[in-house]
Ligand binder design. Structure first.
Ligand code: ADP
Ligand code: MG
Length: 477
């Protein structure tokens, strides 16, 4: 009996159904339409380029085995991709199977123009999907004009500004802005978006937090709308994704983001990402995504110095129409040195207390309030700070800690810094190792043991360590 494509594909589906989850089956296999069978070549029609890539990436083995089972060892699968298009001259076309021999996605085929139909769902639920209608989701409070520049953020700010002047026209693509909480990553990323909106009205800008992106993706899976989700993001000219560390260990979200990233990047679109740590320290993130982030520029924002803190406070006071005695401003700037969000928080507390108690804000009131404020802020000491303290104490050059030197004094300073990092910070052994020139976690464990042995046997060493611990604790306050 001569086989036809319906029965061959029907049989294949039965096998596939037993090998994937119901959800995956619904999302990725039900929409497939078998369209032809010629000898040992079966052709299936899939809804989009993305859909094809996803199948090839995730189900290539399953598909191959299943088709071979039906059509013999010489079996081949061909894809036909529907290009939704109002222009009827460009019909469907076929991709030969298998063509996944590169083993990586470094060069996904982009020869297929993505033409978007009318009925793609916008995950932000904004009616109408003409490109220009996409709301950028920007907060107008975050602008370049009120972003104070200092040594702590100069590189990030100027790279951001360059990107804003020439989206996707600089080498900073993606632009990754990283740094601790409250140091201005969101502000800066949004300012870039707003600036682009002002200068290039026609560009579609979108700001999204990684958390929101992830939730939208989960919803899209539930609603069988993954294609719409991807197509929506592929419409964006300037995509800003905040706090990408949130993607860690979320495999599927990373996969989809990888596809969107590639599509946008290859089509000359700008990506701006923020992260609470440098890309190389993002654990639980796929290597291929990390390698993408290296294509552009990573710039960090650091804790602002005293002068910058004063400037930030003054700017804030000015825009809120508040006046404060100089000594109060200096007192606040001097005592709140962790991050800018806290600096603003302290200012707000001051204003609240003064209006509550109908009292002028003077140094005395400031002292009272800031004292409580500082106490309530739990500060964690950083590995860098520990390294610096230890090196200063033993008079050892800081960069030697990261090198391979086996000199005794340096080895000891290095091991002690690891030991203190383990005890005073919440960092994992892996992260600690990375701060010491990329040593692995077993080296850190070994160092901690070595120091523990010394502490148990060498009283002088123990005294030294106690001294250093005091210095570090003073900083934690
Ligand atoms: P992050 O995203 O790094 O956690 P944010 O961008 O949310 O930090 O910044 C925290 C607060 O500090 C915001 O209110 C922001 O406007 C303000 N801020 C941060 N950096 C600056 C800066 N350089 N100049 C003025 N305000 C800043
Ligand atoms: Mg933020």
């Amino acid at each position: 009996m001569k086989k036809n494509y319906d029965t061959v594909w029907g049989n294949a589906l039965k096998i596939i159904q037993d090998n994937v989850s119901i959800q995956s089956f619904k999302t990725w296999f039900e929409p497939i339409i078998p369209v032809a069978l010629k000898e040992n070549v079966i052709t299936i029609q899939v809804p989009s380029q993305f859909f094809y890539e996803w199948l090839e990436e995730h189900y290539v083995d399953l598909l191959r085995k299943t088709i071979q089972r039906e059509l013999g060892p010489e079996a081949r699968l061909e894809y036909r991709i529907v290009v939704e298009n109002s222009n009827p001259t460009s019909g469907p076309f076929t991709i030969e199977y298998p063509n996944y021999n590169t083993g990586s996605n470094d060069n996904p085929d982009t020869s297929i123009p993505l033409v978007v139909g009318k009925n793609i769902m916008n995950p932000f639920i904004i009616p109408g999907l003409k490109k220009i209608n996409i709301d950028p989701q920007l907060n107008s409070n975050y602008q370049f004009e009120n972003f104070i520049e200092g040594d702590c953020n100069r590189l990030a700010r100027s790279a951001g500004y360059a990107v804003a002047q020439k989206p996707s026209g600089t080498a900073f693509n993606p632009l990754v802005i990283w740094g601790g909480v409250g140091l201005g990553k969101t502000h800066l990323a949004q300012a870039i978006g707003s600036e682009i909106k002002k200068t290039f009205n026609g560009k579609t800008v979108l700001y999204v937090s990684s958390e929101k992106f992830t939730n939208q993706f989960i919803d899209a899976i539930k609603n069988n709308a993954v294609n719409d989700f991807v197509h929506f993001y592929q419409l964006i000219d300037v995509l800003i994704v905040d706090d990408i560390q949130f993607f860690a260990n979320k495999q599927k979200t990373q996969d989809i983001f990888f596809h969107i990233f590639n599509h946008l990047h290859q089509n000359g679109k700008q990506l701006i990402l923020t992260s609470d740590r440098p890309p190389r320290d993002l654990e639980g993130m796929e290597e291929r995504l990390l390698s993408r982030f290296k294509w552009g520029l990573s710039a960090d924002v650091q804790t602002p110095d005293f002068e910058t803190r004063i400037a930030i406070l003054e700017k804030k006071m000015y825009s809120d129409g508040i006046e404060l005695p100089k000594e109060v401003v200096e007192f606040v700037a001097y005592n709140i040195n962790t991050n800018i969000r806290e600096l603003e928080g302290a200012l707000i507390s001051l204003l609240a207390q003064s209006s509550l108690n109908k009292k002028e804000i003077d140094l005395e009131l400031a002292k009272k309030i800031i004292k409580n404020f500082v106490k309530s802020v739990s500060r964690e000491v950083s590995i860098d700070y520990i390294q610096k303290t230890v090196c200063e104490y033993f008079n050892v050059p800081l960069d030697k800690l990261k090198e391979k030197t086996r000199k005794r004094a340096i080895v000891q300073a290095r091991q002690l810094s690891m030991y203190l990092a383990k005890n005073f910070t919440k960092n994992s052994l892996k992260i600690i190792g990375k701060h010491f020139g990329g040593r692995d976690h077993s080296t850190v464990i070994h160092s901690c043991q070595a120091i523990q042995n010394l502490l148990d046997t060498d009283i002088d060493f123990k005294d030294n360590v106690e001294d250093i611990q005091k210095k570090i604790q003073m900083n934690i306050g």
